[in-house]
Design a protein around this ligand. Structure first.
Ligand code: MRU
Length: 362
């Protein structure tokens, strides 16, 4: 997507290294960071320089390629894969991408691996872009349908949580791809953007939407219930980090509360995801390993001070105990539809089963 008139992707190969948008400095400073080794990629995933389920999968694929440029024996492939998979536990795209690359590398002689691993990572990045364009088209269709159903109001009010935009993918995004495409096709979308404490990914979403000219308003995470009660939300559209075979959705913590409120008010709750986000090995959301991050992400916050410098300040009293689960589970019953690159399906065993063909081919 465009930043100051220039097209950017969140990740791009650059010679023998990889360039990523440093998401820790956004929305205040837009800068690229170069990652030159598998260790640097692992650190960037862990500290959320790169974040978002599809993006950490693609970043890990490039991490495998960087490892292969140094040594490419079977043991090196396995060591790189273990390092990358250990960085974050919840988003399945990470494991999916690493295992796919690992499988293909182990099938070929070691001398071919350095070049092949770059190609495999590049292909994964390209396919992410196409996938998201398709998700966007299906999702935009749903939003248009909702707008028509409501009698074409002056604004179609869509609430989103976290950042499921191009920053969390290679380009376009998942939930935001739907919003971008609806906006581009003339649906007058306005987005309520949840702040998404503690990491404030909502600020990234506001930054992205503004760059694309989509009207948006940032709200505190607790405001969604009131907005829904007041009839000021027509649809919710979020991304996902893992979806189970019965359609339970794991996404950024806070998603579940919004889904419950949407259900209580009869508001459609859509989840946009690539099929690489489906974990075909588990049925129930409770089986997902939820990431717990450092407590100081809750007790402290960083932002830009009046002098224009990024500053980190303490919010909670000294010694406060804090717990920081990064994701939660929204049961399938609270999800109106899953929006995938192959189409819109029911969040249920039956809906997911309709994608069996894909599963066999993958
Ligand atoms: O902890 P993060 O910022 O990596 O979590 C990201 C999310 O939860 C997104 O909603 C999800 O990955 C979808 S990104 C297209």
């Amino acid at each position: 997507m465009k930043v100051n008139g220039t097209h950017h992707r969140s990740i791009q190969r650059s010679g023998a290294a990889v360039q990523v948008v440093d998401q820790r400095s956004l929305p205040h400073v837009f800068r690229m960071q170069t990652l030159s080794s598998v260790g640097e990629v692992a650190d960037a995933i862990r500290d959320m320089t790169v974040r978002g389920a599809p993006l950490i999968g693609v970043a890990a694929a490039y991490g495998m390629a960087l490892a292969m440029q140094v040594q490419a024996d079977d043991g090196d492939v396995s060591r790189a894969a273990s390092l990358l998979v250990s960085t974050r536990p919840t988003a399945i795209n990470l494991r999916w991408a690493v295992e796919a690359i690992q499988r293909q590398l182990l099938r070929m002689p070691a001398p071919l691996r350095p070049a092949a691993s770059w190609q495999l990572a590049d292909e994964l990045a390209e396919s992410d872009v196409l996938t998201n364009q398709r998700i966007g088209a299906w999702g935009a269709g749903l939003l248009r349908q909702r707008w028509l159903e409501l009698g074409q109001p002056a604004r179609l009010e869509v609430l989103t949580h976290c950042n499921a935009g191009w920053l969390g993918c290679v380009d376009w995004g998942t939930a935001l791809a739907a919003i971008y495409q609806a906006h581009d096709s003339g649906v007058p979308v306005h987005v309520w953007v949840d702040e998404t404490r503690p990491r404030n990914q909502g600020a990234l979403t506001c930054w992205e939407l503004a760059r694309h000219g989509v009207p948006a308003t940032l709200v505190a995470d607790n405001a969604g219930g009131l907005l829904m009660q007041q009839g000021r939300v027509h649809a919710c559209m979020v991304g996902a980090d893992r979806v189970t075979t019965q359609g339970d959705v794991c996404n950024k913590v806070g998603t579940y509360l919004k889904a419950l409120a949407a259900r209580a008010h009869g508001i459609p709750f859509y989840v946009a995801l690539p099929l690489s986000t489906v974990d075909w090995t588990i049925q129930r959301g409770e089986e997902i390993d939820i990431e717990y991050r450092a407590a100081d992400e809750v007790t402290h916050v960083s932002g830009r001070n009046a002098a224009g410098h990024i500053e980190r300040v303490q919010l909670a009293p000294d010694g406060t105990l804090a717990e920081n689960p990064a994701f939660d589970i929204t049961p399938a019953a609270c999800v109106s539809a899953l929006v995938t690159e192959l189409g819109v399906i029911e969040a249920s065993e039956r809906g997911l089963a309709s994608l069996q063909q894909y599963r066999k081919a993958a």
